[in-house]
Design a protein around this ligand. Structure first.
Ligand code: AMP
Length: 375
C-alpha cells in the first residue's frame, strides 16, 4: 500500500512526501481509512509505530475539507507529558504545512498568559496536557463546545500519572456528539473501562511493537563488573559510537553522575529528568535534536514519548527493572524503517532481569566478548 491509496487531500500527500515517508506504517494503513470514515478508534500502539501521523493526517484532512471556521477549536488532543504534546504539535505543523489549521499547545510549567493570548487569536487544534487545559478553562479563556474530534494519546500513561479525574472532567466539557480516537500502549482493565465510557462503537486496531522494534534494532550486551561501568560507557561513547546517543539510567542521581562523568571526559552531554525545570528539559531536548549536544542522559519517566528521528544509538547504562521498559527504551532507536543500535551494559547481578527481557523479546541478546573492560 502507498500513501496515494489513502484518499488524503493533495496538501497532505505532499507533506508526507516531504517528510520522506514512502509507505504507511501498519497502524497508519489500518487507522487512516477508519478515521476518515468517521468511526471511533480504540488503538493499541506505542510511540514509534507512526501513530501520530495515523491520527494527524485524517484529522487535518477533515479540517481542510471543512475550510477555515471561527468559533473555537474543532480538535482537542490530550497527551500525558509536555514532551509528547510538543512532538504532536510539531507533527501537526509539519503535516499541516499546506492546510489552514491553527494549532495551540497548552503545557504546564510555563506561563499561562502567552497561551491564552494565542487562543484569543483563533485556534482550530488544541494539544494539551490535562492539568493545564483545565487551568485555561478555569481562566474562561477557552470553550470546548465546538470540538468535533477528541484524541486521547498514551491513555495508559495518563492513568499512571493520575490524570483520570481530569480526563473525566474534560470529557464533560466537550460535545457528546463527537469523533473520538483513543490510543494506549497497554490495555489493563482500567483502560478498557475508560475506553468503553468515552468511545462509541469503536473499531479496534492493534499493532505489535515488540516484533517490529526488536527486529529493527541491532542489540548487544556488554558484561562488566559494577565498578567498571562508567569507564566502559566513556569508552563506548568516545571510541566506538558515532553520532547521537541516548543513555538511560534507572535513577535521577545516576543520570546526574553519568552526565558529570561524560562531561569531564570532554563530551557534549545534557541530562533530562524529573528534577530539572521544564525550561531546562526543553532546552536539553532541543540541543540534542539539533546535534548541539551529542549525548542525552535520561531517566525512563523523563524519556517517555521522546521522539527523535534518526537516533542511531540507545545505551542502557542500567538494565531496566521491567522487560517492557527495555522494549520501550530500545524503541527510541530504529524507528519506522530506520535501523538502530541498542547497547546494554550489564553486571553479573543483572542476569535475572535479562532473562525476563529475553523471554519477552523472544530472542537472546548477543553478548560482546573481548571488550577492554571485560571481567
Ligand atoms: P510516532 O509513533 O508517531 O511517534 O512516530 C515515530 C516516528 O516515525 C516519527 O519520527 C515519524 O516522523 C516517523 N514516521 C511516521 N510515519 C512514517 C512513515 N510512514 N514512514 C517513515 N517514517 C514515519
Amino acid at each position: 500500500m502507498t500513501f496515494a491509496d489513502l484518499s488524503l487531500c493533495a496538501p497532505l500527500q505532499k507533506a508526507v512526501q516531504q517528510a520522506g515517508y514512502t509507505q504507511p506504517t501498519p497502524i497508519q494503513e489500518q487507522a487512516i481509512p477508519v478515521v476518515l470514515s468517521g468511526r471511533d478508534v480504540f488503538g493499541c500502539a506505542q510511540t514509534g509505530t507512526g501513530k501520530t501521523a495515523a491520527f494527524a493526517l485524517p484529522i487535518l484532512n477533515r479540517l481542510h475539507a471543512e475550510g477555515p471556521q471561527r468559533g473555537g477549536p474543532r480538535v482537542l488532543i490530550l497527551a500525558p507529558t509536555r514532551e509528547l504534546a510538543i512532538q504532536i504539535d510539531e507533527s501537526f505543523r509539519a503535516y499541516g504545512a499546506g492546510i489552514k489549521a491553527r494549532t495551540v499547545v497548552l503545557l504546564g510549567g510555563i506561563s499561562i498568559r502567552p497561551q491564552i493570548e494565542r487562543i484569543r487569536r483563533g485556534v482550530d487544534i488544541v494539544i494539551a496536557t490535562p492539568g493545564r487545559l483545565l487551568d485555561v478553562i478555569d481562566h474562561r479563556a477557552l470553550r470546548l463546545d465546538n470540538v468535533h474530534t477528541f484524541v486521547l494519546d498514551e491513555a495508559d500513561r495518563m492513568l499512571d500519572m493520575g490524570f483520570l479525574p481530569s480526563i473525566k472532567q474534560v470529557v464533560k466539557l466537550i460535545p457528546t456528539e463527537r469523533h473520538t480516537l483513543f490510543f494506549s500502549a497497554t490495555l489493563p482493565k482500567e483502560i478498557r473501562s475508560l475506553a468503553n465510557s468515552i468511545l462509541t462503537d469503536p473499531v479496534h486496531i492493534a499493532v505489535t511493537p515488540e516484533n517490529t522494534t526488536t527486529e529493527m534494532v541491532d542489540q548487544r550486551l556488554y558484561y562488566v563488573e559494577r565498578d567498571r561501568k562508567r569507564a566502559l560507557l566513556a569508552h563506548l561513547v568516545k571510541e566506538d559510537l558515532e553520532g547521537s546517543i541516548l543513555v538511560f539510567t534507572r535513577t535521577k542521581r545516576g543520570a546526574d553522575r553519568v552526565t558529570k562523568d561524560l562531561m569531564s571526559a570532554g563530551l557534549r552531554v545534557a541530562a533530562i529528568h524529573g528534577d530539572k525545570s521544564q525550561m531546562a528539559r526543553q532546552r536539553a531536548l532541543q540541543d540534542f535534536k539539533s546535534g548541539k549536544t551529542r549525548v542525552l542522559v535520561a531517566t525512563d519517566i523523563a524519556a517517555r514519548g521522546i521522539d527523535i528521528a534518526e537516533l542511531p544509538y540507545v545505551v542502557n547504562y542500567d538494565v531496566p527493572e521491567s522487560p517492557e521498559t527495555y522494549v520501550h527504551r530500545i524503541g527510541r532507536t530504529g524507528r519506522a524503517g530506520r535501523a538502530g543500535v541498542a547497547l546494554t551494559i550489564a553486571t553479573p547481578e543483572d542476569r535475572n532481569p535479562l532473562r525476563d527481557i529475553e523471554k519477552l523479546i523472544k530472542m537472546r541478546i548477543p553478548t560482546v566478548r573481548d571488550h577492554p573492560f571485560e571481567g
